[in-house]
Design a protein around this ligand. Sequence first.
Ligand SMILES: NC(=O)c1ccc[n+]([C@@H]2O[C@H](COP(=O)([O-])OP(=O)(O)OC[C@H]3O[C@@H](n4cnc5c(N)ncnc54)[C@H](OP(=O)(O)O)[C@@H]3O)[C@@H](O)[C@H]2O)c1
Length: 344
Amino acid sequence: MSTRVGVLGATGAVGQRLIQLLAPHPEFEIATLTASENSAGKPYREAAKWRVNTPIPDAVADITVVDTDPSAMPNDVDLLFSSLPSNVGARVEPTFVEEGYIVSSNSSNGRMDDDIPLTIPEVNPDHLGLIEVQRDERGWDGALVKNPNCSTITMVPTLAALDEFGLERVHVATLQAVSGAGYSGVTSMEIIDNVLPHIGGEAPKMETESRKLLGEFDGAAVTHHDAEVSASTNRVPTLDGHLENVWADLTDSPTTEEVAVAMEAFPSIDLHSSPEQLIVVFDDPARPQPRMDRMLGGGMSVSAGGFRETPHGVQYNCLAHNTIRGAAGASVLNGELLSREGYL
Ligand SMILES: NC(=O)c1ccc[n+]([C@@H]2O[C@H](COP(=O)([O-])OP(=O)(O)OC[C@H]3O[C@@H](n4cnc5c(N)ncnc54)[C@H](OP(=O)(O)O)[C@@H]3O)[C@@H](O)[C@H]2O)c1
């Protein structure tokens, strides 16, 4: 039997991707959609300016969008995917969890809280155990689980693969697609023929979230990884797919071939949305590229290439689809993990 799910913030860039991924999903069935009061009361096809590259699923188009409030939920919904602006998420996500809902959220609020799991299922599935800590400390019946920021999730699987060589320090510069800013985020006048060398709040997210994701969970708390991470974030005029230049300083001195083998061998996880090959490695130093490689593994693979030895470790480029692996797909995958681990 499939699990009935809802999408909070269903009309936005990530919300539309969630619907695209959830409509054909074998384990989940979309039961309810929420958005702001501007959209509530309208059929989804009217409320959402549909921009995803497949038609609005028939089963969703005529659903009436409701307010983002627990009282508007049908009784039989077990799991909610949240793609609300973080200030809205901070206010309303706890109200759903207090009512017993399990929320798998994209929004940045709470990601760094000690008792909120920040999870990439292939990297740190055990951190889901923080749910018990969260329930004890907050008295919640439900649970709140986060996936990381889209630029963080692009590099962290590659860093996890490098950890066997002693990860000491990371420098990263990003080239991030416009869809990462949401539908009303960056105007054409700002971005065409241009690069924006600052994305508010993005660098600190990469610097902190990556250390939590790579940290150790001992059953009570996560000890963050001690590698130093410093980031410079840039918005570029691509539609989808964040490309990142990474410098990783390592204790050991692996060859570029050993680095490539470690990344290629880093295991995926046996969940519906996880790709067979988590990290796709290119020999061609001019790959990965956003337009060519963002849909690898259905948009859920990370790709890497351009490996060069440096005096302190290795330099390389990595790429992931920011609204699939970096947002909606990441949330759906966390939902699948929650289901497999018996939280629904
Ligand atoms: N885009 C990405 O690549 C990406 C990646 C990772 C994480 N995220 C995070 O995911 C979240 C959503 O991002 P997005 O890019 O999808 O944003 P977006 O395109 O602006 O969509 C925002 C959604 O939230 C709804 N909403 C806005 N204000 C609301 C309110 N007061 N009450 C209830 N619903 C409200 C909107 O509904 P209306 O249509 O009715 O206004 C819309 O459905 C953000 O927290 C973002 O940081 C995004």
